[in-house]
Design a binder for this molecule. Sequence first.
Ligand code: THU
Length: 133
Amino acid sequence: MNFDWDVLVSAAIKARQNAYAPYSKFPVGAAARVTDGRFVTGCNVENAAYGVTLCAECGLISQLVLSGGGRLTHFVCVNAHGEVLMPCGRCRQLLWEHGGPELEVLTATGVRRMDEVLPDAFGADDLHISGGG
Ligand code: THU
């Protein structure tokens, strides 16, 4: 598929304008396309208790579920300068849950699949294999 990444990057830049990042001064915006064609976005929301900070991806995933769910097909996040960022480790897990191995992620080195960005991922299947007790 010939995907227009520029549109998704623009959506991430727009989302970043609403970031609440008074502590790190590192605003982040994230945007993703969903299987039904809609876009979901998010921005980071920090807290005086630093560890409670919500990454931009957290807002994006919340919006995905709240707006009807679906699978993510394409994802990007950007910094204050509109440069592409890699999602943090915790957020890679969030993206895996809702996009799986085929999710396409725009990185500084090009488009990469989620199973390359988070190799050997733990996922829902592991719960069935390992058993819960
Ligand atoms: N941040 C994100 O929003 N997403 C990431 O994937 C990396 C980090 C935010 C969290 C914090 O508000 C700021 O960037 C600096 O770490």
